[in-house]
Design a protein around this ligand. Structure first.
Ligand SMILES: NC(=O)C1=CN([C@@H]2O[C@H](COP(=O)(O)OP(=O)(O)OC[C@H]3O[C@@H](n4cnc5c(N)ncnc54)[C@H](OP(=O)(O)O)[C@@H]3O)[C@@H](O)[C@H]2O)C=CC1
Ligand SMILES: O=C(O)CCC(=O)C(=O)O
Length: 454
């Protein structure tokens, strides 16, 4: 059997090695598999990448830090959670990527996210490496005081592993403005320095205008670029969106602003279908309900009676629409659901979430030649605006909403262009998965080559 160090090891041999070294880490293995198939094709005749074992090295995080997070709930019970920071690759800049608080968080989930982030951050063109962190803590149902105590305890360990030129975390599922505030306050208290160590901060203390909107808006700008490339537009088209958090609500807002009609939103309890369209007033209600009241999407139908709620964790992919934007979580759109979307005539899919489509689902979109944008390209607007927040903090300046909006639009156009450059199939179709994987890989790989064996 070929060794993983063999120049001629094939994709299967490589993946066997990944599986052996990461037993049971299904999400991480899935993310590596999705990238490896394109990279193997790309490096076929590029001896330098083989000799330097670049892909093998990128698929091994620089380090995984795991730690205990101990905190006290409102009833004075001592609670123990596990926290992690996965620092995947810092070849092109400090580690950068969000923090997720959700009961489903495992080392495998964070390793997949940090691996994806490495390629995504490279695609932005900004100097940011890839990392991700989090804890198996569920903020749902917790009081503000409990969330604060948890965040402070989490940062009391995390602070020693991060820094403005080392690793700059941000938000993700379960981590929004409130959590970033508590974590930033604790970091500042411990190190006695104000520095841009987190992004997604409040505007009052060094945050960037446009960061809350950036991921959702960016996913729609990417969609707009794809449609334009195919001679189409968002205006007059219907869209199904999953999730009802930061990414989903801002994606819905931008689709609506551009003349599209959003039919669905969801959460882990199920989805709402509103045949009249989820307009700005309804989106504002959802934003407030999820962020401030911290309620459920099912409550939507009590306020907007034209809509229906489909419970038991149902997902919206059976609703016929022209556009689909999965914006909730990983593996939330499977092969059957992809077939259903294709059967209903979906034109384009833009992933606001990270790896929301299973590998089998991706193949369905690819075979049907649907315009399909993987998360690492489509949702890169969030981290790109985080990169701009880092620049603003370093320079002690602040750009306004309008300027940042222009920069986000340009950045998404640039990412789309890179995907086309490496993913153009020559028959008018663009394989955006391949384009994103190769463009993201090449920059990181070339930087690693420059460093020698480190
Ligand atoms: N925030 C950002 O800037 C970026 C986020 N992303 C990705 O976008 C996705 C959404 O993140 P974000 O909007 O920030 O997170 P939020 O916490 O704001 O919202 C998450 C949404 O997804 C739903 N959800 C979470 N887990 C599940 C699940 N297991 N099944 C069904 N629904 C679920 C939540 O429902 P419920 O309330 O029931 O939990 C909620 O509606 C994630 O994949 C994230 O990694 C990507 C790039 C940047
Ligand atoms: O803004 C950031 O640094 C992180 C965003 C993120 O976690 C992501 O792109 O998945």
């Amino acid at each position: 059997m070929a060794s993983v160090y063999d120049r001629h090891v094939d994709l299967n041999g490589f993946m066997e090695g990944v599986k052996k070294r990461n037993p049971g880490q299904t999400e991480f293995i899935q993310a590596v598999q999705e990238v490896a198939q394109d990279i193997f094709e790309f490096i076929e005749d590029k001896e330098e990448y083989h000799q330097a074992q670049i892909l093998r090295r990128i698929a091994e995080p620089d380090r995984v830090v795991s730690f205990r997070v101990c905190w006290e709930d409102d009833n004075h019970n001592i609670r123990v959670q596990r926290g992690w920071r996965v620092q995947c690759n810092n070849a092109i800049g400090p580690y950068k990527g969000g923090i997720r608080f959700h009961p489903s968080v495992t080392e495998s989930v964070l390793k997949f996210l940090a691996f994806e982030q490495t390629f995504k951050n490279s695609l932005t063109g900004l100097p940011m490496g890839g990392g991700k962190g989090g804890a198996n803590f569920n903020p749902k149902g917790k009081s503000d005081a409990e969330v604060m105590r948890f965040c402070q305890s989490f940062m009391t360990e995390l602070y020693r592993h991060i820094g403005p030129d080392t690793d700059v975390p941000a938000g993700d599922i379960g981590v929004g403005g409130r959590e970033i505030g508590y974590m930033f306050g604790q970091y500042k208290r411990i190190v006695n320095r104000w520095e841009g160590v987190l992004t997604g901060k409040g505007l009052e203390y060094g945050g960037s205008a446009m960061r809350p909107e950036a991921t959702g808006y960016g996913a729609v700008y990417f969609l707009q670029n794809m449609l334009k490339h195919g001679g189409k537009d968002i205006e007059g088209h219907t869209a199904v969106i999953s999730g009802s958090g930061n990414v989903a609500t801002h994606a819905a807002e931008k689709i609506t602003q551009l003349g599209g009609k959003v039919l669905t939103l969801s959460d882990s309890g199920g989805f709402i279908y509103d045949p009249d369209g989820i307009d700005q007033e309804k989106i504002d209600w959802v934003k407030h309900h999820k962020t401030h009241t911290r309620g459920r999407i099912s409550d939507y139908v009590d306020h907007f009676p034209g809509a229906s709620f489909h419970g038991d964790g149902a997902r919206p992919w059976g609703v016929a629409a022209d556009l689909a934007l999965p914006c909730a979580t990983q593996n939330e759109l499977n092969e059957e659901e992809a077939k259903e979307l294709v059967g209903n005539g979906v034109i384009a899919v833009s992933e606001g979430a990270n790896m929301p489509t299973t590998l089998e689902g991706v193949h369905v979109f690819q075979e049907a030649k649907v315009m399909y944008a993987p998360g690492k390209a489509a949702n890169a607007g969030g981290v790109a605006v985080s990169g701009l927040e880092m620049s603003q903090n370093s320079e002690r300046i602040s750009w306004n909403h309008g300027r940042l909006g222009e920069m986000l639009t340009e950045l998404m156009e640039g990412i789309h262009g890179k995907c086309v450059e490496f993913g153009d199939q020559g028959d008018g179709h663009v394989d955006y998965v391949k384009g994103a994987n190769i463009a993201g890989f090449k920059k990181v790989a070339d930087a690693m080559l420059a460093f020698g064996v480190v």
